[in-house]
Ligand binder design. Structure first.
Ligand SMILES: Cc1cc2nc3c(=O)[nH]c(=O)nc-3n(C[C@H](O)[C@H](O)[C@H](O)COP(=O)(O)OP(=O)(O)OC[C@H]3O[C@@H](n4cnc5c(N)ncnc54)[C@H](O)[C@@H]3O)c2cc1C
Ligand SMILES: *[C@@H]1O[C@H](CO)[C@@H](O)[C@H](O)[C@H]1NC(C)=O
Ligand SMILES: *[C@@H]1O[C@H](CO)[C@@H](O)[C@H](O)[C@H]1NC(C)=O
Length: 545
């Protein structure tokens, strides 16, 4: 029996075309000459399709299905609230196999979703159902170029995996201190890892980069995208291209803020700086009792008028299980000499915190220090989490106090929600603003921080889930009024996915973004992500209204 005959008897007729296509070289124009399949993906038999020998996957590519080994790891999510769901997962062993997945998805019209580290939490991801996970979490390459002063990472590298190798090579990442901050937090025993602060090690750095990449050092280093030099990317057409200022500059503009809409990033190169002076930081954690919340917020409100670039703080409103009451936490990082930092923090000490932990953290010490465990807490996956976020430009003690009061009531009424928190990230933005707005697709350079209502509940606790949703929406409406913005705005990494297109990508960026989407992904292969771009803007429906 000849090869063709063997295959034909082996497969159901529906795969015949695939076989013919696969036996032709991929990338061959003939490939595209075949009519598109109209298989309805809800009945798509991923198992039969993907395991077919005709695909000739690379030796390191692994494919899994619900119940089979590796499937859970390849599809795990940080939040299991309103998640995407999968009928199959592929861990591609080569860029060619990524291109192959894209081409097959395009031809057979089955949905696939690229996975970095699975930390996206937009509810828009739940539009993706019963699809294929293109799981890149095992792409852990990390290469430092001492001469060019760059680091090139794979899309599976998490934030926490970047720091140590860079430090050992004598570098720090230039425009984002995501990982530095992370280590600082690990050090202080009383510290926490705020979900969105750039202080958690668990999301993929590439995933963080695609939406802009916010962090505490926006004041001195800008956004993560401001350090990005280039990426390798597989396009909707299945082509592997390098994207940078010199190569496809339009696309480079677009991926810096709306990256998930345009392709699959297979590696990213960032500019890094040599360590200066072992880079001493002052790091301080405080807790205040509920009565002091407003006075504490007042201290931070003053930063509206004069916000040094080298200081950042995160306000955490949460429930303390030992004291059985709501509390206010303050985490501060001062990039500079200890003495100056202590002076800047004097008003905080003067207010009389319940507790304070202050440490001066030289890089040298960081390496020898093991984590304090907080990262584990906030990075805990497979948990019901629902997050309501806003950009903020101004800080309002009275506005924040309203949020505090709402959380106090929520904690009182819903013990099941006591792991939840309201977080105010207070970040200066001098270096972020120094990059012209039209340089990148990221639309919110004037933001000086973010507000996050982060709700957590146990599986099956629908009462708390429902209440979380109600309080989350109310918080967002109310805190908007004092955020310095007239309408909801939130960058795509933090978006819940129900804010609307303009609120996420920005009115002035959308026309160009959508034009580029049409050019690079005309058939909308990358249709699922934290918040997918449409192929038309303004949308038809809007015109018809
Ligand atoms: C604990 C925690 C801390 C965070 N800290 C920060 C922070 O400091 N700064 C910040 O800006 N954001 C932060 N975020 C938000 C984070 O940037 C987003 O959740 C991001 O989408 C996570 O990327 P991921 O790869 O881990 O998630 P995934 O869910 O795997 O991916 C998220 C989206 O990006 C797409 N995507 C991922 N990788 C690729 C790729 N290689 N090519 C193409 N598309 C890809 C996916 O298709 C998906 O649409 C944090 C989130 C969490 C949960
Ligand atoms: C497959 O993975 C192994 C182990 O990681 C590696 O040594 C090998 O080079 C890979 N093969 C290919 C073809 O990529
Ligand atoms: C709870 O409050 C006590 C007393 O104020 C404090 O020492 C402790 O660190 C707090 N615990 C947490 C987890 O915030």
């Amino acid at each position: 029996m000849g090869f063709m005959a063997w295959i034909s008897s082996f497969i159901s007729s529906q795969w015949n075309r695939l076989l013919l296509l696969s036996s032709a070289a991929f990338g061959d124009t003939a490939f595209w000459a075949y009519p598109q399949s109209t298989i309805d993906h809800s009945h798509f038999n991923f198992k039969e399709f993907l395991t077919h020998p005709a695909h000739l996957w690379s030796v390191n590519t692994t494919i899994s299905f619900p119940g089979s080994p590796g499937f859970d790891d390849a599809t795990a999510r940080w939040t299991i609230f309103s998640p995407p769901t999968y009928n199959a997962a592929i861990r591609p062993g080569s860029e060619a196999d990524i291109a192959r997945v894209i081409k097959l998805a395009s031809l057979y019209k089955f949905p696939f979703l690229t996975r970095g580290a699975g930390h996206g939490y937009s509810i828009a991801l739940s539009d993706f159902q019963n699809g294929l996970a293109l799981d890149l979490s095992q792409w852990k390459s990390l290469e430092i170029d001492q001469t060019a002063e760059t680091v090139t990472i794979g899309p599976g590298v998490t934030i926490s995996e970047v720091f140590d190798p860079l430090y050992e090579a004598g570098f720090q990442i230039r425009k984002s201190n995501v990982h530095e901050t992370l280590k600082l937090n690990d050090l202080a025993d009383n510290s926490w890892c705020s979900t969105e602060s750039g202080t958690c090690g668990c999301p993929s750095l590439v995933g963080v980069t695609l939406g802009g990449g916010a962090g505490r050092y926006q004041g001195i280093h800008g956004l993560v995208i401001d350090a990005l030099v280039s990426v390798r990317m597989v396009t909707a057409a299945g082509d592997l291209i390098e994207v940078s200022k010199e190569s496809y500059p339009d696309l480079f503009w677009a991926i810096r803020g709306a990256g998930a809409n345009f392709g699959v990033i297979t590696s990213a190169t960032y500019k890094v700086n040599r360590l200066v002076n072992q880079g001493n930081f002052l790091h301080a954690d405080f807790y205040f009792s509920a009565e002091k919340s407003y006075d504490y917020f007042k201290i931070i409100e003053k930063l509206n008028y004069k916000f040094p670039a080298n200081i950042a703080t995160i306000v955490l409103i949460n429930y303390n299980a030992s004291t059985k009451s709501i509390q206010v936490g303050g985490n501060w990082v001062y990039f500079g000499p200890e003495k100056e930092g202590m002076k800047a923090l004097q008003p905080v000490f003067d207010l009389g915190p319940i507790s304070s932990v202050v440490s001066v953290v030289p890089y040298k010490k960081l390496l020898a220090t093991t984590g304090g465990g907080y990262d584990t807490l906030v990075c805990q996956g497979h948990t019901n989490r629902d997050l309501y976020s806003l950009n903020q430009k101004t800080y309002s003690a009275s506005g924040w106090q309203k949020g505090f009061d709402k959380m106090a009531k929520f904690f009182e009424e819903y013990p099941g929600g006591r792991n939840s928190a309201l977080v105010f990230e207070v970040f200066p933005n001098q270096a972020t603003l120094a990059v012209a707005s039209d340089e990148t697709a990221y639309p919110w350079r004037e933001a000086r921080g973010y507000i996050i209502g982060h709700f957590i509940w146990a599986d099956g606790d629908t009462a708390t889930a429902t209440a979380s949703n109600k309080v989350g929406l109310e918080l967002r409406d109310e805190l908007l009024l004092t955020s310095g913005y007239n309408e909801v705005s939130v960058f795509v990494n933090y978006a819940r996915g129900d804010e609307g297109l303009e609120s996420i990508y920005g009115r002035d960026k959308l026309p160009r973004l959508v034009e580029l989407k049409k050019t690079w992904d005309p058939n909308n292969i990358f249709a699922y992500n934290n918040y997918p771009l449409p192929l038309e803007y303004p949308s038809k429906q809007r015109d018809e209204l």
